[in-house]
Design a protein around this ligand. Structure first.
Ligand code: HEM
Length: 436
């Protein structure tokens, strides 16, 4: 087969393809360019070259871990200032990734996550859940008028990291004040985590089987080594960032989509009433929420919080039978391209329809058609945690409250704080009559 060049938007002599990117919402630029240039195109972003792919066929090919692996570039490189060699931002060859992966994987397995059920039911927001289940720390987001300073610092740091990745290096260099603010935010997030570690060391809680104890006390089953204090700090912040941004974004999209498609809202609420009635939620109820599970999975297909997966070929190779990519060149997989590919999802790919994942629909999906949690060894370690947490939150809200949009004519607008979220979406919750 003949090799063909990968299409590329025209370049400027100095800024190359950078002007194509909207620094405050870079993923939206990729969607726009994919509509113009198709399933594969190239970008020269001055400091890095990237090939962007947006179809199931191509993404299915590059999910093969014998040929491709995660390559943290762009915003993930910027985030290393905060998250270092923590799980999310670690490079493939960093020993600390392997060590932390082996130490933490067992605590994120389904059985351990089921044991966190009581703490999950008690805490009420994504942030609080990781704080409490993970580190025995109460952010108490519901009991304070102001957002917790950690959450504020985190939001600011993520936005700045995203912008830095899409600005010319000179501009980053000149923005001394932004760099200073970013550094201050990072220092105060680190301090909270360091304080928690110090407190746990002063007052050990041998009975707590939480993430903090695991990180402090467990050793790598392969080498016997423990995590360093610095790596514990990076992973503590990583779990708070990775767990909070994504789960809260997904729940916001879920409620937006349920409210915009009222028949789905009614079905979900009916399921909660049938499974739970007025009773207390227990672990045994969770597998019975089939419709809610489908509604959450369909939300993550339709509009998940993570827009891209960055990978690279291990060796120079050809993809799609005709496009040459070199080793270590960034390949950006557009999750939206994958999740809205009509060749896989059908003509109604742009419609929110949880039913498509029921009655065998889920089982019939082709390989790698649904990838909101990433791929292979670098897939989301918190997947069971997130799925359990989101079902609990949805069931408890629907059981007790009637939810509506503050502005019923609101149409989805997106914003990006590194992850994608609804912009300006507000809900109102009123107690359902007769529900305590
Ligand atoms: C990795 C999505 C919840 C911790 C990832 C990746 C995705 C993802 C796509 C891979 C990123 C990449 O390839 O660059 C999500 C979604 C969530 C969610 C959609 C919720 C709806 C959580 C939670 C936690 C968590 C609750 C922790 C408590 C992590 C970590 C990694 C990761 C540590 C890095 C894993 C590694 O590379 O070893 N997540 N995540 N995530 N996620 Fe999640």
């Amino acid at each position: 087969n003949a090799i063909v060049p990968i299409p590329q938007p025209p370049t400027h002599w100095f800024t190359r393809n950078l002007p194509e990117m909207d620094p405050s919402f870079p993923i939206s630029s990729l969607w726009r360019l994919a509509a113009v240039y198709g399933d594969i195109f190239k970008l020269d972003l001055v400091t890095r070259q990237a090939v962007v792919i947006s179809s199931h066929e191509l993404i299915n090919e590059v999910m093969d871990e014998s040929r491709f692996r995660k390559n943290p570039t762009g915003p993930l490189t910027e985030l290393r200032a905060l998250l270092g060699d923590g799980l999310f931002t670690a490079y493939w060859n960093e020993e600390n990734w392997h060590r932390a992966h082996r130490i933490l994987m067992p605590v994120f397995g389904p059985i351990q996550i089921r044991k966190m059920f009581p703490d999950m039911v008690e805490s009420e927001l994504a942030f609080d859940m990781i704080g409490l289940c993970g580190y025995g720390y109460r952010f108490n987001s519901f009991y304070r008028d102001e957002i917790h300073p950690f959450a504020k610092d985190m939001a600011a740091a993520l936005i700045e990291a995203g912008k830095r990745a899409n600005r010319p290096a000179v501009e980053n260099y000149l923005r001394i004040k932004s760099a200073e603010e970013l550094n201050n935010n990072i220092q105060s997030m680190w301090k909270l985590c360091d304080d928690l570690v110090a407190e746990r060391k002063r007052n050990p809680k041998p009975e707590a089987r939480d993430l903090l104890n695991t990180m402090l006390n467990s050793s790598d089953p392969q080498t016997g080594e423990k995590l360093s204090d610095e790596n514990i700090r990076f992973n503590m912040v990583t779990l708070l960032v990775a767990g909070h941004e994504t789960t809260s974004g997904t729940l916001s999209f879920l409620f937006y989509l349920l409210l915009k498609n009222p028949e789905t809202y009614h079905k979900a609420q009916k399921e909660v009433d049938e499974v739970l009635g007025d009773g207390l939620l227990t672990l045994e109820h969770l597998p019975k929420f089939k419709y809610i599970e489908a509604a959450i999975r369909e939300t993550m297909r339709f509009q998940g919080p993570i827009g891209i997966l960055n990978i690279s070929a291990i060796e120079d190779t050809i993809i799609g039978g005709k496009y040459r990519v070199s080793a270590n060149e960034t390949i950006i997989c557009s999750i939206q391209g994958l999740h809205r590919d009509r060749r896989v999802w059908g003509e109604d790919a742009d419609v929110y329809r949880p039913e498509r994942l029921l009655n065998g629909g889920w089982e019939k999906l082709p390989p790698n058609a649904w990838k909101p949690f990433g791929n292979g060894v670098r897939a989301c370690i918190g997947r069971f945690f997130a799925e359990q947490e989101m079902i609990i939150a949805t069931a408890m809200i629907l059981q007790r409250f009637q939810v509506s949009m503050v502005n019923p004519s609101y149409e989805l607008r997106l914003k990006s704080t590194l992850t994608v979220k609804p912009d300006g979406f507000k809900m109102r919750a009123v107690r359902r009559p007769g529900k305590s």
